[in-house]
Design a binder for this molecule. Structure first.
Ligand SMILES: Cc1ncc(COP(=O)(O)O)c(C=O)c1O
Length: 400
């Protein structure tokens, strides 16, 4: 894989015809090390966020051995990672997927119904009907608070049915866990505070001893239109919430970050194929890496990388249009770029590492990319102190 100092260095060297996925594995490694220092439990990377082997390699190098997987193809892939512990955390699984996952060594499953519990028992155990070698996590429903992608209406169990399911699961599982997901790109820690309160009430009502607690994913990244609380605040809220739980002192903790580990580790470099006023027509879009910009209002940080402009050059707000013939292929932004931007220029669209390439398809013949590695830092980071340290300077210096 080619390596460049920056996106600008790539475009100075050559002008790629295809859009470019530009990886920063060092940013994924940095994020994983941050979690390892600040979270007292297993860090299970949500494999669905980005399965580039370069990023998985960086996470592995930083000590990640646990992976949250949601489908059989992900499991078949991730099972090849040495010493990987896989957690099949999709609450609704095909029987064949449960069976094959078990054959591949998966012993950790989530569920949010008695039907799913029965499926898991049927497909992983003998006729005695037990699941004595399994870690089973009951997925509880928690409210989404300040999350850009709430996940609350699809999965999760609450109230009396949750109490019953916890007791039933306790009776058959080797280890009982609770899991929840507060929603992706959750920008304030109060979602975790509320979730852990709900967990506390459930444990008290069910009267069960918990072996494991998984606080899920949802930790944020920075975008041009999303400025979350600092990561420390999330960890503090989680620590304090867990201290209030009636659980064993040695309860095993886990989290499942996707976005916060890989968002900063990939940029998209696109070419402007036409300019019409404040509208730029580029060579990737909603059916490619920019799905979330088109459909969920994400505004990724962006910068012109094909020529230098003065620091005080005037900036304009642009909308972006993707390469297909479809008018849904539209990223309203606004993306702030130099007012002089023109056809033939290249733009680096940053922090697309989470759910960018993972969502890209091939509609209209598009969807193939070049890939390179970049050695510089992302345009926006949640890990400012660490980036500043790597640069040998202070956070203040970095922000200037
Ligand atoms: C079960 C589960 N765990 C973890 C994640 C990762 O979430 P995030 O990328 O917001 O950290 C998801 C995302 O949908 C999920 O469904």
């Amino acid at each position: 894989m080619e390596r460049y100092r920056s996106a600008a260095a790539l475009i100075a060297a050559r002008r790629p015809d295809k859009p470019v996925l530009a990886l920063r594995p060092h940013a994924a490694g940095r994020a994983a090390r941050w979690f390892a220092r600040n979270f007292e439990g297993d860090i299970a990377y949500a494999y669905k966020a980005n399965s580039s082997v370069f990023l998985i390699g960086a996470l592995y190098g930083a000590g990640i051995r646990h992976f949250d997987v949601a489908s059989l193809p992900e499991i078949e892939d991730a099972a090849t990672i040495p010493d990987a512990e896989l957690h099949f955390m999709h609450p609704v699984k095909a029987r064949s997927a449960i069976r094959r996952a078990y054959q591949l060594g998966v012993r950790s499953f989530s569920l949010d119904s008695e039907d799913e519990l029965q499926k898991i028992i049927d497909e992983t155990s003998g006729p005695d009907g037990s699941a004595r070698d399994l870690q089973l996590y009951v997925r509880v429903a928690v409210p989404a608070i300040n999350s850009l992608i709430p996940l609350e209406h699809k999965f999760g169990i609450a109230g009396e049915p949750a109490t019953r399911l916890l007791v039933k699961t306790r009776q058959v599982a080797a280890e009982l866990g609770i899991t929840f997901h507060v929603g992706s790109q959750t920008t304030t820690p109060d979602a975790y505070v509320h979730a852990l309160k709900a967990v506390r009430e459930l444990i008290v009502h069910a009267g069960v001893v918990l072996d494991r607690l998984d606080v899920g994913g949802g930790f944020p990244s920075r975008y041009a239109n999303s400025e979350p609380a600092p990561m420390d605040a999330f960890m503090k809220a989680i620590r304090e919430g867990i201290e209030q739980l009636p659980v064993r002192e040695d309860v095993r903790l886990m989290c499942e970050p996707g976005r916060s580990l890989v968002s900063e580790a990939e940029s998209l470099i696109v070419r402007v194929d036409a300019r019409r006023g404040r509208h730029l027509y580029i060579n990737d879009g909603a059916y490619g890496t920019l799905f979330d910009a088109a459909h969920l209002g994400f505004v990724y940080p962006s910068r012109l990388v094909s020529r230098a402009v003065d620091a005080d050059a005037s900036m304009s707000a642009f909308e972006l249009w993707g390469p297909t013939c479809d008018s849904i292929d539209h990223m309203p932004g606004p993306f702030l770029l130099p007012a002089c931007i023109a056809e033939g220029d290249y733009i680096e669209i940053g922090n697309v590492g989470a759910y960018g390439r993972a969502l890209a398809g091939h509609f209209n013949g598009y969807g193939t990319y070049e890939e390179v590695i970049l050695l510089d830092e992302p345009q926006m980071t949640m890990y400012e102190a660490e980036v500043a340290q790597a640069a040998g300077g202070s956070v203040h210096k970095l922000r200037q």
